[in-house]
Design a protein around this ligand. Structure first.
Ligand code: ADP
Ligand code: MG
Length: 306
């Protein structure tokens, strides 16, 4: 395409609420065969809320647990952390300063409060915290010999909610279930992409059952779950090696490497700065259908100038 026709397309994209950082990427966008969607904040609204707190230890009270967990989560930037802090605020809990805090990439957080060690996060973190043996038949859908709480976990996850495990001094004491509503136009947008002959893939750090439940609700056939940030990028490279021309859509810090490796990186405007800086396009609207509109615009502008 000529520089002039690219400029015209960039202007049209802007009218649709799509900021184009890189004009060349518009040309590449016309050749996309696979659209990879991050789950949290891309397919879902990214405004998660605590729906249930399941206490597994009779000696623990919900308020003091929430106080400790929220006090740790105030140091995390993850959307799940803000859900837990909102819940604490609703209960008028005053947060305190933990003695230590650590982020465990793609898994959760750990830290000490009043001499007790906390691990708050997914199954992978629990295994890392030495709880593996007790949790083996976990949320991957393996229901062999599951105990009461594992059934609960499966129930949360099959509703598309994320179970957050809380261990204190290596004992699992609670499960906090967190729901992040799916965007209203997600199913329609996925269908529109499929109608264009595009393959649609869901890529998430969340657990497989939750990911599958969300994929089912929006009509995505291909799901890669419990993927660490480096693995998100690796997945994009694998798809490219298999001959796909890949658009990656994401909003988080953990999506940045994948956004850079994709043929076209698309960031949600509501996303983190790192994601926006790593992307070729930024969507000012939260609506997913805009992705389809952008790819259609790219194809149309390339055929027009042939
Ligand atoms: P995603 O944003 O796709 O869920 P992440 O890599 O950010 O991917 O996180 C993967 C998983 O790790 C989350 O689904 C959650 O289970 C767990 N996790 C990450 N950060 C936190 C946190 N601050 N508190 C609790 N759990 C967390
Ligand atoms: Mg995300």
């Amino acid at each position: 395409a000529t520089p002039m026709s690219i400029m015209v397309s960039v202007g049209r994209a802007a009218q649709m609420g799509v900021l184009v950082r890189n004009g060349e990427a518009l040309q590449t966008a016309s050749k996309i065969t696979t659209v990879v969607l991050d789950k949290t904040g891309t397919v879902t609204q990214g405004s998660p809320e605590v729906t249930e707190i399941l206490l597994l230890d009779k000696n623990i009270c919900e308020l003091s647990l929430l106080e400790d967990v929220a006090s740790l989560e105030q140091h995390s930037e993850h959307p799940l952390a803000s859900a837990i802090m909102t819940k604490a605020k609703q209960q008028s809990i005053t947060l305190k300063e933990p003695d230590s805090f650590a982020n465990v990439q793609g898994k959760g957080i750990t830290g000490f409060i009043a001499g007790r060690h906390y691990a708050v996060g997914n199954m992978g973190l629990m295994q890392q915290a030495g709880l593996g043996g007790k949790l083996d038949a976990d949320i991957d859908g393996n229901v062999d010999g599951i105990s009461g709480y594992q059934q609960q976990v499966a129930e949360f996850a099959s509703k598309g909610q994320t179970p957050v495990f809380v261990a204190v001094d290596k004992v699992l004491v609670a499960i906090i279930s967190i729901a992040d509503p799916i965007k209203a136009d997600a199913a329609e947008a996925v269908q529109a992409m499929k109608n264009q002959g595009l393959k649609v893939v869901l890529l998430t750090g969340d657990n497989p059952l939750t990911a599958q439940a969300v994929a089912d609700k929006v009509g995505i056939d291909s799901v890669f779950a419990q993927v660490l940030p480096e693995q998100k990028q690796q997945k994009v490279l694998e798809l490219q090696q298999a001959g796909e021309v890949v658009a990656m859509v994401g909003d988080g810090i953990n999506d940045a490497p994948a956004l850079m490796s994709a043929d076209v990186g698309i960031a949600m405007g509501s996303g983190t700065e790192v994601a926006i800086e790593s992307a070729d396009f930024t969507l000012l609207s939260a609506r997913l259908i805009v992705i389809n509109d952008t790819l259609a615009l790219a194809r149309a502008s390339m055929t027009n100038i042939k």
